[in-house]
Unconditional design. Structure first.
Length: 131
């Protein structure tokens, strides 16, 4: 597990937005469902409470595929990852803005998966979701 350099994901010169890494794991075997071929990138849709598409990025690295959520809204929001055809993962974020002397950044007060077992890394930005 490695830390994310939030400054490289700036939305303006002085505001930083965190990214979150989600690993979809087979709860029986413990395998990541992308490298083992059970899931394909085209099988995933993502949207917010209003059913607006949310951009996600699928990244390959270290023999695994990673989903990065980008720019969650401030306050409590629920996002859906729909894995075609019948799996919907609900993820709730409570995002807060913190202002320091020279910059402002956005972080989570909490985030949780509402309908599947999950583990959050000690860094707080990586999450294994057990399907």
């Amino acid at each position: 597990i490695r830390d994310i350099n939030y400054s490289s994901f700036s939305t303006s010169a002085s505001t930083y937005v965190p990214h979150y890494l989600f690993f979809l794991i087979d709860k029986t075997t413990g395998e990541n469902l992308f490298p083992n071929g059970a899931l394909k990138v085209d099988d995933i849709q993502s949207y917010d409470e209003s059913k607006n598409d949310i951009k996600i990025h699928i990244q390959n690295g270290d023999e695994r595929t990673i989903i990065l959520y980008r720019e969650p809204k401030l306050g409590v929001s629920t996002y859906t990852l729909k894995i075609i055809p019948d799996i919907e993962i609900l993820i709730e974020f409570d995002m807060i803005e913190i202002q320091e002397e020279c910059y402002t950044y956005i972080t989570h007060n909490y985030f949780k998966v509402l309908n599947y077992e999950y583990e959050i890394s000690e860094h707080g930005n990586e999450c294994k979701i057990f399907i």
